[in-house]
Design a protein around this ligand. Structure first.
Ligand SMILES: Cc1cc2nc3c(=O)[nH]c(=O)nc-3n(C[C@H](O)[C@H](O)[C@H](O)COP(=O)(O)O)c2cc1C
Length: 480
């Protein structure tokens, strides 16, 4: 009896010690938020490796992102080895064509930024701006609003973006102090509700726009027509997430659901889009891009023809978001079936842009599950000048794909509204992971480029890749 009591006391003391350790450490959000029981997640993750042969889910089955992709990001973000042993587990739908004689290390060169925007000057064409932007990285953080993401997540992204030399896009929820906190370059998005730059009637406020543009960290503005997960539907932030702070940043009432319109009320055609781009660029003096989802092809030709005829209407970049893009909350039919996947959209858009002679005028940013070096390198081959990702960086922050972003109960603090869960995400620790992920991803894209015979990632071309270059199918077996 006494022995049993002693054993019970020892077990209780051990559990208490683990509890204290878990709640104090900062590197594992799940353990901070779920002390003691959280260890079962790590146990079953490592145990699964040995049980795989006995019917555990294969590594490439999970969606939207399979375990292989997520594991690559987790390991990379933690700065530990991501080498594979024994052989590849994927059956890729495309392949890069290696050069017979690759590039020697001493022959490699630095990727050079592709300027976004044309500098003003005596001979500058219409559509020039005061402060064009030379982004330091070809891989960047795609927009996710403060509100959809917690303040801790935005802080970690901002600090990690600074350390990793990447830009951070705000998403449609306006500019929060957390975006600026780390000192990184910021892209301010203007969504359909014009959060952060709206007047009391919901129209564009020129004075608010000027105030935001005055932040030296804000390098570009982005007019959002649509995002891949919900083309034709505006942002949705449930009432519970509209705190006093978020309401003030967005310029809306507190405690009411924040539903943005499904289209800009003042942009109903190509001419109005061009005029809006021109207006924002004139007011801010900074480059202006347009984020959209590829649908009907005739739109592209009409749009690019207008840009050629009216250079002041020309956006400085376009972000093509694939139909497979992520979201905080979206209706399933739109998320599942509306919008061309990036594998089809990017080749179409790049071809149309080049055919209209706009290759150096309009830079292309691609997004849509481009989270690992192979996909990013594929996009660069197919004509993207830049690639950005939202969910890749969420994984770097510790997201476990619980698919609860809209509920406010994300267990990892990334999209949580609950202060107890947000507390688990330590911005200092996670910012280092963001930095590792960004840097290592770029290094491995460069490695692919060198293997193909290009001296840096800027030299990747369509002839370096085969398989889905015309956009047939998706990234089968790779989670696409
Ligand atoms: C939680 C979350 C919030 C997002 N919020 C926005 C937003 O406010 N505006 C926007 O244009 N896109 C938003 N997106 C879409 C991303 O910016 C991106 O275009 C899309 O997820 C594709 O990139 P990915 O596949 O690397 O995640 C959001 C995505 C997620 C996952």
């Amino acid at each position: 009896m006494t022995i049993l009591l002693v054993l019970l006391l020892v077990a209780a003391a051990l559990i208490a010690a683990v509890y204290v350790y878990d709640t104090r450490q900062t590197s594992h959000t799940i353990l901070r938020n779920y002390p003691v029981i959280g260890h079962f997640r790590y146990f079953s993750e490592s145990f699964g490796e040995y049980m795989r042969q006995y019917q555990y889910l294969p590594d490439w089955v999970e969606r939207p992102f399979n375990r292989l992709e997520r594991a690559w990001i987790y390991r990379t973000a933690k700065g530990i080895s991501n080498l594979v042993s024994f052989g590849s587990e994927t059956s890729p739908a495309f392949a890069f064509r290696p050069a017979a004689f690759g590039v020697l290390e001493e022959e490699t060169t630095e990727w050079t930024p592709r300027r976004i925007g044309i500098a003003e000057g005596p001979n500058a064409p219409l559509g020039a701006c005061r402060e064009p932007y030379d982004p330091p990285s070809f891989f960047n953080i795609s927009g996710m609003s403060y509100g959809a993401l917690s303040h801790a997540a935005v802080s970690a992204l901002s600090r990690g973006a600074k350390m990793g030399g990447v830009w951070l896009a705000t998403g449609e929820g306006g500019l929060a102090p957390y975006h600026l906190e780390g000192g990184c370059d910021v892209i301010m998005q203007i969504g359909t509700a014009k959060y952060g730059v709206r007047d009391e009637h919901g129209a564009l406020s020129e004075s608010r726009l000027r105030e935001i543009a005055a932040h030296p960290q804000v390098r570009m503005f982005e007019v959002k027509l649509a995002q891949g997960a919900k083309p034709g539907k505006g942002g949705i932030l449930p009432a519970a997430k509209v705190t006093a702070e978020i309401a003030a940043i967005r310029g809306i009432p507190q405690g009411q659901a924040s539903i943005s319109p499904n289209r800009h009320a003042d942009i109903a055609n190509i001419q109005q889009l061009g005029a809006f781009v021109d207006r924002v660029r004139r007011i801010t003096g900074k480059p202006v891009g347009v984020k959209f989802v590829m649908g009907q092809e005739s739109f592209l030709d009409d749009w690019f023809a207008d840009c050629t005829a009216n250079p002041a209407h020309c956006p400085d970049y376009i972000q093509i978001d694939g139909g497979e893009g992520g979201t905080g909350a979206a209706p399933a039919p739109l998320a599942d079936y509306v919008g061309l996947p990036i594998t089809q959209a990017l080749p179409l858009v790049a071809e149309a842009r080049d055919r209209h002679g706009l290759r150096t005028r309009i830079r292309i940013l691609a997004s849509g599950k481009l989270v690992t070096p192979d996909k990013v390198a594929w996009a660069l081959c197919m004509g993207a000048d830049y690639v950005s990702s939202a969910r890749g960086f969420m994984f770097a922050l510790g997201c476990i794909q619980a698919m609860k972003c809209g509920s406010g109960h994300c267990p990892t603090g990334v999209t949580s509204a609950d202060p107890r869960l947000i507390r688990g995400l330590d911005p200092t620790d996670k910012s280092v992971r963001v930095m590792h992920y960004a840097k290592r991803l770029r290094e491995e894209v460069e490695m692919i480029a060198h293997s193909c015979g290009a001296t840096n990632a800027g030299g990747l071309r369509p002839e370096h890749v085969t398989g889905i270059e015309r956009g047939v199918g998706g990234f089968r077996n790779l989670g696409g």
